[in-house]
Ligand binder design. Structure first.
Ligand SMILES: C[S@@+](CC[C@H](N)C(=O)[O-])C[C@H]1O[C@@H](n2cnc3c(N)ncnc32)[C@H](O)[C@@H]1O
Length: 230
């Protein structure tokens, strides 16, 4: 199964509905980045989407380069330099204080692609810099249940289906419903994706393969971790 999405507006190659991601508020990410990045420092945001986190980082005074393979997503980014392209092929002639790989891209079921994502992080971080990775832990996968979800402002996010189709490989579908006013009011999107369950040890080994060392988890839910050049 390839990742896919449905609903109004453009859908990215990985199944992300652009209009839906444009509605979401920044969460804890800007504060997490600020904890590990020097004031006014440089941040490379990989898979930046419509700028949900980018805009908050720019507001905090960081110098941000936002990378995404979706031109429709990048068209919504303001205040940052944008680079249209695939993370795995990225070769910028510069290094950054912090490189962010968000949105559980590291849980891709394509092992080669995961290594290429991590290699892109490693070749763009300064010596002594920080690589911030958002992932779903093994426990996180084990807690996935159809029918669970959360509210994000006027958006209801529900996991409508999840199945472990082979050992460690999960296929899930999310439903995003926007009940608020405005053009997007009443819109419903779905996003289906595959995710690989990685243990802490497996993740640490993947990082080591890219020349990175798992330093520590940054959030209580362990979804964000700090890796540094080994
Ligand atoms: C789920 S969206 C989240 C966007 C943003 N990180 C956020 O949290 O709001 C994931 C984004 O990653 C981008 N993406 C996925 N795989 C990518 C790749 N291999 N190279 C570049 N961008 C990618 C998609 O186009 C999409 O915009």
């Amino acid at each position: 199964m390839t990742n896919s999405g449905t609903g109004p507006g453009p859908i990215t190659p990985d199944g992300s509905p652009v209009d839906f991601y444009s509605l979401l508020e920044p969460g804890a990410e800007p504060e997490i980045a600020a904890r590990v990045t020097p004031s006014g420092g440089t941040i490379l945001e990989l898979g930046a989407g419509a700028g949900r986190v980018t805009h908050a980082l720019v507001e905090r005074g960081f110098d941000v380069v936002a990378v995404d393979e979706s031109p429709e997503m990048l068209a919504r980014v303001r205040g940052a330099r944008t680079v249209l392209g695939r993370v795995q092929e990225l070769r910028l002639d510069e290094r950054f204080d912090t490189v962010m790989l968000a949105s559980q891209l590291v849980n891709t079921v394509d092992d080669t692609l995961r290594r290429d994502f991590l290699a892109a992080c490693a070749r763009h971080v300064k010596p002594g810099g920080a690589v911030l990775i958002q992932w779903i832990s093994a426990d996180g996968h084990d807690r996935w249940r159809a029918g669970t979800g959360r509210q994000d402002g006027a958006v209801t996010i529900t996991m409508t289906a999840v199945e472990e189709t082979s050992p460690g490989i999960f296929h899930a579908t999310m439903r995003y419903a926007h009940e608020g006013p405005g053009d997007a009011g009443g819109s419903v999107w779905t996003q289906s994706f595959a995710s690989k369950r990685l243990t802490d040890e497996e993740l640490a080994a993947e990082l080591a393969g890219a020349g990175l060392r798992l330093e520590r988890f940054l959030t209580e839910d362990r979804m964000w971790l700090l890796a540094v050049p080994a």
